[in-house]
Write a protein that binds this ligand. Structure first.
Ligand code: FE2
Length: 279
């Protein structure tokens, strides 16, 4: 599936952009299903917010128990001072996570795409295992910033193997909070580790190398349907969305089953819901 030139670019830059990967019909089906999940979600169940600000301390049970469930998380700016939603629920959700790829037929079909298995093989994932799916809304006006990080912080394996499959479901550009990456930054160290101890989590510093300067970061402006592939050590972030347009994306986090998966990772799977690859 990947040409040798594409594989070389992935090795050099740490990421690869594959335009027109998913069809308009596949995207429409996923968007509709996500809208149905949000419509069925009762905020009385949880007002849990997802934020990358002080994430170690602000992670709660709604999040920690979501690894084998389908749950909605609010944007940090969704609520007013009285704790009421400032806008419609459908425009207040930060993301849905984290097991739609195993539990929901529409998400399952989108994620278990044999072409993704070929790509995974092409970049050296011997036994891909999909740990997590996220539907990210990046809502108009209040879509939260995701600070600089590396995804291997959240999916520690030895050796590092986590790979992110990031699908644009809408056009992503500078105005609505597209991804930013540091080309070649995957050759630097892993800086942080997100550790779970029972019901508590914290972020441990592994390396004090600073996050990339503005000059070293490039925006990844892509059209809907594009797949952006990147490795677990690539520094990336996205700015808040202050525009009137949403920026929906869908992500899969995949490790290599031949690498040892850390017992301190927040997301674990029991035998009742075994991990699957792309087929
Ligand atoms: Fe990330």
């Amino acid at each position: 599936m990947l040409s040798s030139e594409q594989r070389q670019r992935y090795d050099t830059d740490g990421y690869l952009i594959l335009p027109d990967f998913k069809s308009a019909a596949e995207i429409a089906a996923l968007r509709q299903r996500a809208a149905e999940i949000v419509a069925a979600f009762d905020p009385a169940e949880s007002k849990s917010v997802f934020t990358t600000n002080d994430q170690g301390k602000r992670t709660d049970r709604w999040f920690l128990d979501s690894g084998d469930k389908v749950r909605c998380f609010f944007e940090e700016e969704a609520f007013d001072a009285a704790g009421e939603l400032k806008q419609a629920k459908a425009l207040s959700i930060n993301k849905i996570g984290h097991a739609m790829h195993d539990l929901d037929p529409v998400f399952d079909a989108f994620a278990h795409d044999p072409r993704l298995g070929e790509i995974a093989a092409g970049i050296g994932l011997a036994r891909p295992q999909i740990w997590q799916s996220m539907y990210i809304f990046k809502q108009p006006g209040i879509g939260g910033e995701v600070r600089w990080h590396q995804d291997a912080t959240f999916f520690e394996t030895d050796p590092i193997s986590v790979t992110t499959f990031w699908f644009a479901l809408e056009d992503a550009d500078l105005s609505n909070g597209c991804l930013w990456v540091e080309p070649g930054g995957h050759k630097g160290p892993l800086r942080e580790r997100f550790v779970r101890e029972g019901d508590a989590t914290h972020i441990e510093t592994l390396d004090t190398t600073p996050w990339p300067s503005d000059g070293a970061a490039v925006p990844v402006e892509v059209k809907a349907g594009t797949l952006v592939l990147f490795g677990g050590r690539l520094p990336h972030y996205s700015a808040p969305n202050r525009s009137p347009v949403s920026r929906h994306a869908f992500t899969l986090h995949v490790t290599d089953g031949t690498a040892a998966y850390a017992p301190s990772n927040w997301l674990q799977r029991g035998p009742e819901m075994p991990l699957r690859g792309f087929v």
